[in-house]
Every structure is written in C-alpha cells, then in structure tokens.
Ligand binder design. Structure first.
Ligand SMILES: Cc1cc2nc3c(=O)[nH]c(=O)nc-3n(C[C@H](O)[C@H](O)[C@H](O)COP(=O)(O)OP(=O)(O)OC[C@H]3O[C@@H](n4cnc5c(N)ncnc54)[C@H](O)[C@@H]3O)c2cc1C
Length: 390
C-alpha cells in the first residue's frame, strides 16, 4: 500500500519549513520533499551569509503584487515580532544593520539549524534529495518520486522562484499551477543589477567598484541608498530596489547630489579656474566625477562654462537619466517578481480556490518584497498561514 501523509510540502526552504513546523505542531504528519542535496541554500547565502531574516517595519506597502492587498492578512497574523521571538528563544544573537533590517550576529546557518530543530521537534520527515516526477489528484494527492510513491491529503508548493538556478531554483511551482489550471502572472527577475546601454558602458565600465549615496527613481518609486558601478552596469541596494519597479525600455533617474543644491554650488564657482571634474570630485568619488563630467560635457575650468551650461549640468546632477539595456537576469537576481496569481488563492489559508487541498506559499506566489528582510518575512508569514489549515 502507498504510504500516506497528512501533508506533503515540496520545497524545504524558508516557507516550506515554517509551514511544516506549524502543521506538525497541530499534530499533522508532514513530509518535506526537496530535490537539492543541501538544506535551504537560499537561506545560507542570504544577507551576505548573515541572513537578513526580517524587517522591523514590514508592511503590505513593502510588497509588489498585482493585488497589493493579498499579503495583508498573512503578514498581520505572523509579524516580525513573532519570528524575533523564535530567534530569541533559540538564543541566536542578532542586530539591526539599518532601516529595520535584522541580521544574525553569527551566520545564516543558525537560522537553518533553528528551523531544522523545530521541524525535528514536531516529527517532520524529509526526503532530500528527491525528485518529484509526477503529481496526480483523485480525492487525495499522489506523488511519484525517485524515492517511491506517497499520498497526501494536503499538498503544499513551497518551491520558490527562479533566481539562482545554480543552487536549485526551478520552475516546479509554476508547472504544477499550469497542470491544475491555476493562473501565473508574468515572471521577471527583481532585486537585480541593471546593465548599461552600450553608450553608457563606454563611459563607466572602466571604474567598477565605485559606490555613491544617491536617490534612484524608477516606476514612480524612489530609493535613497548606495548605488554601485559594476563592470557591466549598476548595482547596490538603491539599484536593486529600483529594479523591481523598472520595466524594460524605461529610464531610471538618479539624483547624484541629494543633499546639495547643485545649481548654487556650480554658480558659486562660476569664475573659478578649477576644472569641473575636480569640483565635482569634492562631492562625488573622483574617478566617477571625471567619467561623469566627460560623458556630459568635456571637463574645462569652471570659468569657461556659460551660465546656461552650468544650469544644465546642475539639472543633470540631480537627474542623471539612464536607459538600462536590461538586467543581469535570474543568475544574479535575489527574487522572482510575479508568480501564482493571488486571485487563485485564499489570502487566509493560501489554498487554491479551484483545487481544495493544494496550497502555494513563499516566493512562488505573486508577492515580492523589497530589499531588506521583507522576502523572508513573507516566507514565514505565508508558511505560518498555510500551516494552520493544511
Ligand atoms: C543571494 C540572495 C540573497 C538573499 N538575501 C535575502 C535576505 O537577506 N533577506 C530576505 O528577506 N530575502 C533574501 N533573499 C530572498 C529569499 O532568499 C527568498 O525570497 C526566500 O528564500 C523564499 O523562500 P521560499 O521558501 O519561497 O523559497 P526558497 O527558500 O528558495 O526554497 C525553495 C526550496 O524548494 C526547493 N525546490 C525547488 N525546486 C524544486 C523541485 N523541483 N523539487 C523539489 N524541491 C524543489 C529548493 O531546493 C529550495 O530548497 C535572497 C535571495 C538571494 C538569491
């Protein structure tokens, strides 16, 4: 006879483990199936190895979705405080780095081990590595895997998004949705570096590693943080944030001197012998100031510019406009924007409306957080929500 479980969770990452823990606490028998040979690789590499596991200020406004209200209910029922309580109970040291972002003092491995311990405490069983070959439904769910077959009353899809295929990301969740006639919104890489168009690459590719405190605007949103020049384009937190709101073909706007009045500053030096690039080098990294001014107007002594040119330069300093050629793609993206259409799911339980017993949680759903611990908070909250009902 085919072995059976109350709940099978496919994907033992952040959301999958949280759901398994909560279901286990309710006395449900739970099996996690994951195809990766290693446990929770995304958590391991997150936050530069220290896992930015939540954000103190997480609100629905920090998430992108075709239905921005969908995440509201789950986020309200499992808050950053709830996850912090879990971290504190297990004695894991943490600190706020900036903007409400909480990181482990030690390593992200502590969060993985914490979740694994919680799973073990409620008797969660694991098949890992294990490939799921087929899922069928006939009353319950039947899974055919390379470890044999298994039945489940509830099937939870927690297989994440497409980013970083090198460590196990797969389109599994979207395929299951397709199989069951569940809509998926368009997918694209987000929290991702942008690439320069060829004309910009020519000016800036020679100065990788330069970081600038700037305000970056795209798609009606603006973010003040660092931007980083790379050998292919732009990265850094301000760009990653803006990338989620940027659409291919659109411009991004960058205020390079958010704390200065560029016009007053340039006009004040109007009669100076100083080169423009040297003046800008007092406010911006010197090599960037040189590359930027050469791209806009050849650098000359300040006294050789007309007032009109200085006003134009000032406007460009507060509104450097670039049309990126694209993104560096899923290989470097932190998340996938889009996913299981939230109209298909109950916001209370994460269950598919058309397919009772089938649940989708975490990044595979069309709910994408901004940079700063919001994506894990969604994984915990959606996993917790489903865990109460599976
Ligand atoms: C470099 C990087 C850094 C990040 N840093 C942060 C951060 O500091 N803070 C933050 O909030 N977010 C961060 N994120 C985003 C965050 O990691 C994800 O949003 C989060 O892990 C999503 O949780 P999940 O459980 O939905 O998916 P995942 O954690 O990705 O788990 C999915 C699991 O499903 C498994 N799986 C996939 N396909 C299959 C299949 N076909 N069969 C079986 N199993 C399968 C995978 O092996 C994986 O274990 C980062 C992402 C990246 C790439």
């Amino acid at each position: 006879m085919m072995p059976g479980k109350d709940v099978v969770v496919i994907g033992g990452g952040a959301a999958g483990m949280m759901c398994a823990i909560e279901a286990g606490k309710r006395g449900r028998s739970v099996l996690i199936i994951d195809h990766s040979p290693k446990l929770a690789e995304k958590i391991r590499i997150s936050g530069g190895g220290r896992c930015n596991f939540t954000n103190l200020h997480a609100r629905p406004e920090n998430y992108l979705s075709e239905n921005p209200h969908f995440c509201r209910s789950a986020l309200a029922r499992y808050t950053p405080r709830d996850f912090i309580a879990l971290v504190e109970r297990q004695g894991i040291g943490y600190h706020e780095k900036k903007l409400g972002q909480l990181f482990c003092d030690g390593s992200s491995q502590q969060i993985i081990e914490m979740l694994k311990r919680e799973c073990d405490a409620v008797g969660v069983q694991w098949w890992q590595p294990c490939q799921v070959r087929r899922v069928t439904q006939g009353g319950d769910f039947r899974l055919s895997t390379d470890r044999g077959e298994v039945r489940a009353d509830s099937l939870v899809i927690a297989s994440g998004g497409l980013s970083i295929p090198q460590i196990g990301a797969s389109p599994f969740g979207y395929r299951i949705a397709e199989q069951f006639g569940i809509a998926v919104t368009p997918l694209r890489p987000a929290l991702v570096p942008l690439t320069f168009a060829p004309e910009d690459l020519a000016h800036y590719a020679g100065i990788p590693g330069i970081s600038i405190d700037a305000v970056v605007s795209a798609g009606g949103m603006q973010f003040r943080e660092n931007l980083l020049i790379t050998h292919r384009g732009l990265s850094g937190p301000a760009i990653l944030q803006a990338s989620s709101y940027w659409r291919p073909g659109e411009m991004i706007h960058i205020d390079l001197l958010p704390d200065e009045d560029a016009e007053a500053l340039l006009l004040e030096h109007r009669w100076s012998q100083m080169q423009l690039a040297n003046l800008l080098g007092r406010y911006l990294p010197k090599r960037f100031a040189q590359a930027w001014s050469a791209a806009v107007l050849p650098s000359r002594p300040m006294q050789q510019y007309s007032e009109q040119e200085l006003r134009m330069l000032a406007a460009r300093l507060h509104g450097w406009q670039l049309r990126p050629s694209g993104t560096v793609g899923y290989k470097k993206a932190e998340v996938t924007l889009g996913g299981i259409d939230t109209r298909e799911l109950s916001s209370k339980t994460m269950e598919a409306r058309k397919v009772p017993g089938l649940y989708f949680i975490g990044e595979v759903v069309d709910v994408t957080g901004q940079l700063g611990g919001y994506n894990f908070q969604w994984a915990w909250a959606s996993g917790y929500a489903a865990g109460q009902y599976v």
